[in-house]
Design a binder for this molecule. Structure first.
Ligand code: TRP
Length: 455
């Protein structure tokens, strides 16, 4: 992925490399673990429609804005704001992003750790012949323990740090571009198995038939948070990646293509999960454990399920890795470029700090489960604060920065690669960035916080 570009700065080598890196960041646990569980918690079809609307109207413009800031700034998230708005407070958006990065990395590594555990459980054939009740039981007894989930979390964090450190990013891109299509293929096979289960229709109706009676401001905020989380936007990960994109690559196309791929994979995951949820008599709103209790049941019902299960959880762990490196990179790029810390030290410091916070997330399913703030335990609190508050707030400030602070001629220059590309819909984009996106994000955010009341 990376080679030396202008001023010795790391650069993606090809358009395909960037797409892989950005899609690798976007596609991860957010699509396969978080999307189904949030859909399940939020009542199904109506959530999906709102989610799709947010991706189109807010997600793509925010993603493009991040790329614009990063490529124009040629630095990490914080440094890019400083460069584009010298002497102004805009760099605080970057500071917020770094805080969000720690929070997300913390709870992300908890779930990625569960995924690694499920690789070993699949290899050990632990789910064979078990009823869905027993599979639930296995998950419960695992994720409420202290030691084992912590170990897996640490292993995942170490893998993330190792990739960032050893510069095997290029290697992982190479693998990702072969393996991610494979993950999609697996999901398609699982979706087919799921919708051919007896009693599957109810799950499809749950996912695709909108029932707006379940929608309240909390559901709308959850859709916004999920859209931002899934696209990796709102905290500067794509500003950082944008700074590695070469001048001749088409930022608009990349944003659209990555967003479409990310969304299709989330929907595919939904089609794999929900029919099975209903067919096995499980609860769609059981929360963060959803895929870990549902998927083993599907594998039980598949010829060759033993192998499918292993392959699937391995691929999911890899998808999680290509995402987690993009989160850690935000912090590492900041520490190396702004504070002149060596890449080695920066990576170690950031990973250790994130693992420390992450341990509390992991333990909040076990010994720390009674530690709660407004009914959320530590895991839920970090997830909610980062995904539903910090990312939308970051996205709000990012579109305001591009829409109102940057010069339209600079934006056009960046999108058109200094006039070499034909830019379509520029006025539409500017209108969205100036008005629609900031107003929509502000309404959802402030309404759900009770700062304003829309209805
Ligand atoms: N989008 C990734 C996923 O779906 C997670 C992720 C990577 C992320 N980088 C991010 C989320 C930056 C928010 C911000 O799994």
């Amino acid at each position: 992925m990376a080679n030396s570009g202008v001023e010795g700065r790391d650069c993606f080598t090809s358009k395909f490399g960037i797409i892989c890196a950005a899609a690798g960041s976007a596609i991860g646990l957010g699509n396969i673990w978080r999307f189904p569980y949030v859909v399940g918690d939020s009542g199904g079809g109506a959530f999906l429609l709102i989610y799709l609307g947010f991706i189109l109207l807010l997600g793509i413009p925010v993603m493009l804005s991040e790329f614009i800031i990063g490529r124009r700034g040629q630095r990490n998230a914080l440094g890019s704001f400083k460069k584009l708005a010298p002497g102004k407070q805009w760099y605080l958006v970057g500071v917020m992003g770094i805080v969000a990065a720690f929070m997300i990395l913390a709870f992300y590594s908890t779930i990625a750790g569960w995924t690694l555990h499920y690789v070993t459980q699949s290899i050990a054939d632990s789910f064979a012949g078990k009823t869905s009740g027993e599979i639930n039981q296995l998950f419960d007894s695992f994720h409420t323990r202290s030691f084992l989930p912590l170990i897996w979390q640490l292993i995942f964090m170490a893998m993330t740090a190792w990739i960032i450190l050893s510069g095997v990013k290029r290697g992982i891109e190479k693998y990702a571009k072969v393996l991610m299509p494979f993950l999609v293929l697996m999901l398609i096979i699982m979706a087919v198995r799921s919708i051919t289960l007896e009693g599957a229709t109810e799950g499809l109706l749950f996912l695709f038939r909108p029932d707006f009676s379940a929608v309240d401001s909390g559901v709308i905020l959850a859709a916004l948070g999920q859209a931002f989380f899934s696209l990796s936007i709102g905290m500067g990960a794509l500003i950082t990646y944008g700074s590695y994109i070469k001048k001749h690559n088409n930022l608009g196309n990349i944003s659209v293509e990555v967003s479409i791929a990310d969304t299709l994979i989330a929907i595919l995951a939904g089609v794999a999960i929900f029919p099975a949820v209903f067919a096995f008599g499980l609860a769609p709103d059981e929360g963060p454990g959803l895929i870990f209790t549902v998927l083993p049941n599907i594998f039980q019902q598949m010829p060759g399920g033993y192998f499918f299960s292993i392959i699937f959880f391995v691929l999911l762990a890899i998808a999680a890795l290509t995402s987690s490196i993009s989160i850690l990179e935000v912090v590492v790029a900041y520490l190396t470029e702004e504070l002149n810390i060596t890449r080695h030290k920066a990576t170690l410091m950031a990973a250790i700090a994130a693992a420390f916070v992450g341990a509390f997330c992991t333990l909040s399913f076990g010994v720390l489960k009674d530690v709660t703030i407004s009914e959320l335990h530590i895991f839920g609190l970090l997830d909610f604060t980062a995904s539903n508050l910090l990312l939308p707030l970051g996205g709000l400030l990012i579109v305001i920065f591009v829409g109102w602070y940057m010069k339209p001629s600079d934006i056009k220059d960046e999108i058109s690669n200094s006039g070499t590309l034909k830019v379509r819909l520029f006025n539409v984009l500017m209108f969205i960035l100036k008005f629609i996106a900031p107003i929509a994000i502000a309404i959802v955010l402030f309404d759900s916080l009770g700062i304003i009341r829309v209805n």
